[in-house]
Ligand binder design. Structure first.
Ligand code: FCB
Length: 462
């Protein structure tokens, strides 16, 4: 890793021991993922407009460590050496997002050439290093100016998003491998508009339901508009999911688990693949169900080329909300999330069973936050994360053995970064970032992942 300022990697990093390289198809894509707001910094550089996350971070009490994304990992300035770092991991693909307010500062009107040029350099830099760019349009950083007009609750934002998608597709769609419309619309709707713990920090269940509908509608319309451009990039969406298990076999727990699965997974998957919202969740929402105009559902249910799934942990559901992960006996990550690789197999198998039209599945995010002290030797011996990745990759291999059409796997995250409401306190990277010096140090998990991917490549060629 001569191109980074990291110490030379240990010569004999152990490859991930459980995951077997043989389980994966030869064209399986191995990658690492980030998002714009979490790494770029340069919050007002070169004409960038403010996003709702810039605003949200400035409200007292929203971010655990009182931090913001102003500087983050300085990726906007350090993108070239960061691309070298990714190349040195040996991966096939890099999943990143475009900051909407960097390329169109108010979400309407003038485009910002400096912002567009940044992403063009990034994409060209990936291609020059032999990696596939996987682009996400909306990883949550809506232009603040659009929020001021009503944000995702306002139907006109759908049109602004479609314009944004077309603008990016025209500029980069002939170079990138894939374009995802949204990352985790559930988070935007739920955490942004119902619980209010994420930007824009609103607490209104009815609004949240309407936001989810506008996100889905904007996805469908953007896919249709981008499809008309006849670009080589594959088009899709990324959803967060967790298999929901009833905590006991009681009817009440099973019913509640079914509802939670409906709110998280079927609420998005049914419109995308079946053209309707699930009736049980509509009943649950009652008067708070979204306003849907005639024709909307058909606009949402347009064919997509891939579905990205982000998986971190399982959901254990009890009707009285009494389940406590601390008592489950499972290892917990620094986020307090249970480590449960079997859940990933169960999830992928069930998605394939329930939605056979989703023909190309990616795990677009998977990983864990762990405390990660830097050792006396200057390295990060993150055996916990290495084990997490190993067992979850093995879980993907098991899903493939069970017939699930998996196309790729991407680690969240390339490097430690701004973890939303947790600020910089939670580290998800396989590369450690010292936020004082901006020094990047590949952790043991990065070296293990690299060796696994390289072994995979040897199998591919052999
Ligand atoms: C996902 C987000 C990603 C990151 C991980 C830990 O919900 O898509 O940006 O924060 O969680």
């Amino acid at each position: 890793m001569s191109s980074t300022n990291a110490p030379a990697p240990a010569a004999s990093a152990k490859p991930l021991p459980t995951a077997s390289a043989q389980d994966f198809p030869t064209d399986f894509v191995w990658g690492v993922a980030t998002s714009a707001f979490q790494i770029e910094g340069a919050h007002d550089a070169d004409g960038k407009g403010p996003s709702i996350w810039d605003t949200f971070c400035r409200q007292p009490g929203t971010i655990a460590d009182g931090s913001n994304g102003d500087v983050a990992c300085e990726h906007y300035a350090r993108w070239e050496s960061d691309l070298d770092l990714i190349r040195d991991l040996g991966v096939d693909a890099y999943r990143f997002s475009v900051s909407w307010p960097r390329v169109r500062p108010t979400g309407d009107g003038e485009w910002n050439e400096a912002g567009l040029a940044f992403y063009e350099r990034l994409v060209d830099g990936l291609l020059a290093r032999g990696m596939k760019p996987y682009l996400t349009l909306n990883h949550w950083d809506l232009p603040q100016a659009l929020q001021d007009l009503g944000g995702w609750g306002h139907r006109a934002t759908v049109d602004r998003f479609v314009e944004y998608a077309i603008g990016i597709a025209k500029r980069l769609g002939h170079k990138v491998a894939s374009v995802a419309t949204h990352n985790e619309p559930w988070v935007v709707a739920q955490l942004g508009h119902e619980t209010g713990i994420f930007a824009p920090g609103l607490k209104d269940r009815r609004l949240a339901a309407q936001v989810s509908h506008h996100l889905l509608l904007s996805h469908g319309l953007a896919v249709t508009a981008m499809r008309a451009l006849n670009l080589p990039a594959s088009l899709g969406i990324v959803l967060n999911m967790a298999p929901m298990y009833p905590a006991t076999d009681s009817d009440a727990d099973r019913a509640r688990a079914r509802l939670e699965d409906g709110k998280l997974r079927r609420w998005y998957m049914d419109p995308l693949f079946k053209g309707r919202y699930p009736q049980d969740v509509l009943d649950f929402l009652g008067d708070d169900a979204p306003h849907v105009e005639p024709g909307d559902m058909a606009k949402i249910q347009v064919p997509i080329d891939f579905l990205g799934i982000n998986y971190y942990s399982r959901g254990m559901v009890s009707a009285d909300d009494s389940f406590d992960p601390k008592q489950s006996g499972l290892e917990l990550t620094d986020m307090g999330w249970e480590v449960y690789p079997q859940g990933l197999t169960d999830l992928l198998v069930s998605v394939h069973r329930d939605y056979p039209d989703a023909r190309r599945l990616y795990v677009t995010e998977n990983g864990g936050a762990f405390p990660d002290p830097v050792g006396a030797d200057g390295r990060v011996h993150d055996a916990d994360r290495t084990r997490y990745l190993d067992t979850h990759i093995a879980a993907v291999g098991e899903a493939i053995r069970q017939g699930v059409p998996m196309a790729g796997y991407m680690v969240w995250s390339l490097m430690d970064n701004f973890e939303w409401a947790s600020g910089y306190e939670k580290r998800f990277g396989i590369v450690h970032v010292d936020y004082v010096t901006q020094r990047r140090t590949p952790k043991d998990s990065a070296l293990a992942y690299r060796d696994f991917v390289l072994a995979r490549r040897a199998t591919r060629q052999g």
